[in-house]
Design a protein around this ligand. Structure first.
Ligand code: SF4
Length: 293
């Protein structure tokens, strides 16, 4: 629970606040940029929510926070929706994509996503295990598979797999992070789970990093790439490359020819792209990477 005594000075006055236990993961301001923002190495409340819908959104940011660093009075906390997550991001013929909220401290607050598909729902990376979220996913048809993009964002994968009795996929090179995973991707060849869902090895950030491509247009990028609102660019970061930077740059090149319309990362901002925009953006990213990153 957030503590009023630890309330950060950067918060605007009012009911909601961020306290000093914030780990600067970005979950709150990516979900609710109207009310939360980054301030140095923490988040802050930049504007107090007003009206039912705005308060609902801020309460869901509070629920999603991996370390309970967001506080609000008890009467408002009692209004926190149990059915806020998964929250629809986009409809697509290959599957509707939802953001799961309920970020986990174990993955430093990484985002996870649920794809609703007639052939079986797929979870991309793992949220914090929570009964309300599990009930919601049950009501949405359960899970047929979990794909783990890389070793950092596996969080509570074991509890989710056990709860839904579904198999997990992870790359062999990161498999020690999920030793019970049922399936491994090997080498650098793409693997199609079916016609609309491709697992593409993109080593670099970690040895076993993968991205997942849905319907040729929606890219779940783990920590390989993300959108930066500040830089207005697709970013591959040398600073956050834990394994091998030249390999990561080569892995960005693999994605040049795609027609991405949504970039959905583990960390960093989410972004929709107009037709043809991806090619232009990824060219700029590669130019930056090749100049040193
Ligand atoms: S979600 Fe929580 S930990 Fe993450 S930036 Fe916001 S307040 Fe900080």
């Amino acid at each position: 629970m957030a503590r009023p005594s630890l309330r950060l000075d950067g918060n605007v006055p009012g009911a909601f606040y961020v306290d000093s236990s914030c780990i600067d993961c970005g979950t709150c301001w990516q979900w609710d940029p109207d009310h939360f923002a980054q301030a140095g190495t923490t988040a802050r409340v930049r504007r107090q929510p007003s009206g039912d819908e705005a308060i609902r959104r801020a309460l869901l940011a509070l629920q999603a926070c991996p370390v309970a660093a967001i506080g609000a009075p008890a009467d408002l906390l009692g209004r926190t929706p149990a059915d806020g997550f998964p929250s629809l991001l986009t409809h697509h013929p290959a599957g509707d994509v939802h953001y799961c909220g309920w970020a986990s401290r174990k993955s430093f607050g990484a985002s996870s996503y649920l794809i609703l598909r007639p052939g079986g729902n797929v979870l991309i990376d793992s949220p914090r295990f929570s009964v309300p979220l599990a009930r919601r996913i049950e009501a949405m048809g359960g899970l047929a598979a979990i794909v783990l993009t890389h070793r950092d964002d596996v969080a509570d994968h074991g509890r989710w797999a056990e709860h839904f009795g579904c198999p997990r996929w992870i790359h062999q090179a990161d498999a020690d992070a999920a030793p019970d995973a049922e399936h491994h991707v090997e080498g650098e060849q793409d693997l199609g789970l079916d016609r609309d869902l491709r697992l593409i090895p993109t080593p670099g950030h970690t040895a076993g990093s993968m991205v997942v491509l849905l319907g040729g247009q929606i890219l779940f990028s783990g920590d390989h790439l993300w959108w930066s609102e500040t830089e207005q660019a697709v970013v591959a970061s040398r600073r956050y490359c834990w394994w091998d930077w030249p390999s990561q740059v080569a892995s960005v090149e693999k994605l040049q020819g795609l027609d991405v319309r949504w970039l959905l990362p583990g960390h960093g901002d989410r972004r929709a792209f107009a037709a043809g925009e991806w090619c232009e953006q990824i060219e700029r990213t590669l130019a930056f990477c090749r100049s040193g990153g």
